[in-house]
Design a protein around this ligand. Sequence first.
Ligand code: FAD
Length: 368
Amino acid sequence: MERFDLALASPRVGPEAALAELTSFRIGGRPGRLVDCFDQAELVAAVRQTDRAGGPLLVIGGGSNLLAGEELGGLTVVRDRRGAVRAEADGREIRLTADAGASWDGLVELTVERGWAGLAPLSGIPGSVGASPVQNIGAYGAEVAQVVESARVFDRRADAVVELRAEQFGFAYRDSALKRSMAESARPTPRWVVLDVTFRLDSWCPQMPVAYPGLASALGLAMGERAPLAAIRRAVLAIRRGKGMVLDAADRDTWSAGSFFTNPLVSADVAAALPPRAPRFAAAGGLVKVSAAWLITASGIERGQGLRPGAPAATSSKHVLALTNRGGATYDDVLALAAWITARVEARFGIRLTPEPVRIPPIAPAPA
Ligand SMILES: Cc1cc2nc3c(=O)[nH]c(=O)nc-3n(C[C@H](O)[C@H](O)[C@H](O)COP(=O)(O)OP(=O)(O)OC[C@H]3O[C@@H](n4cnc5c(N)ncnc54)[C@H](O)[C@@H]3O)c2cc1C
């Protein structure tokens, strides 16, 4: 067995840190409490204690899928500072178990260097291993559901550490049972807090088939042809940088949560009513996935557009699907822009966009 340490390069901030310092949107106030956990017992104890005190609780990873309000005095934020990774060979396969607090892209880079196939198309996605199954992260023809074998989680409802097998995650497009558990309870943390995730990767051949047209053309290949993992990672990172989809403190187009809306899944009838040039892809259950970016652009919304010229929240100047903080944007600024875009698309196409990031509305401190 080999061991590595890939702790998330999270900012070394004190307990007085604001969510503006802990999230890629750079928006959000100071939580009532910030607890850093360096082993599993501390993490479980912090979650349990906060739940018993009545919460609300935010288990935070890289803060790259969060939009938080300015008043958070009633919120407890728990950070997992562990980053251990264990690799075990199992025939031609590698079973890789990573602590939830490990850096997602650090893990991808490690697998590419080692020639372990499975994660390369997911290069450049910010955040932690623990959050990766929450919205079943995906990009460039891959999603994490394809390689998750199991995870150890703390089940807050059962008050127990249990193992979830892949089939228990209820993975769907940008969705899982973990994400749905938040929607049901309107809480910013799932019922299941991920402690570590085990991935099953292929150590047989340091190549993968290319499953996304834009990536295939960047590599000069036909769809389905195989490419070396390192070439896939390089090409994905280059495409992502061009869209402001790799975090860069100096580039305000990356002060975002990535894509703000998921691609809508619509019935075949709704898809057929769209103009012929609208991109569409067959999805599970006879549904059709349509491009949110195309719908937004076709509704007359441009890159770099806000509710007024110079507004602090605007679409990215590189990619219309990312809503960005141009400096000084508030929670309400971003939500107002999102509501305007949603209304424009719905009026034009009758399709309602679904926001992707987890929202944390203002939470006042509990009365003393
Ligand atoms: C520039 C940019 C590009 C992006 N590109 C993509 C992309 O291509 N594809 C994609 O799918 N996403 C993308 N995202 C979104 C984001 O990076 C992913 O959703 C990522 O998995 C979030 O990880 P995180 O650690 O930052 O989670 P956070 O933002 O810290 O948390 C998000 C949610 O996950 C929960 N969570 C965090 N850790 C745990 C845990 N250990 N157990 C249980 N719940 C937990 C939190 O409570 C919260 O509800 C992008 C974001 C940015 C800023």
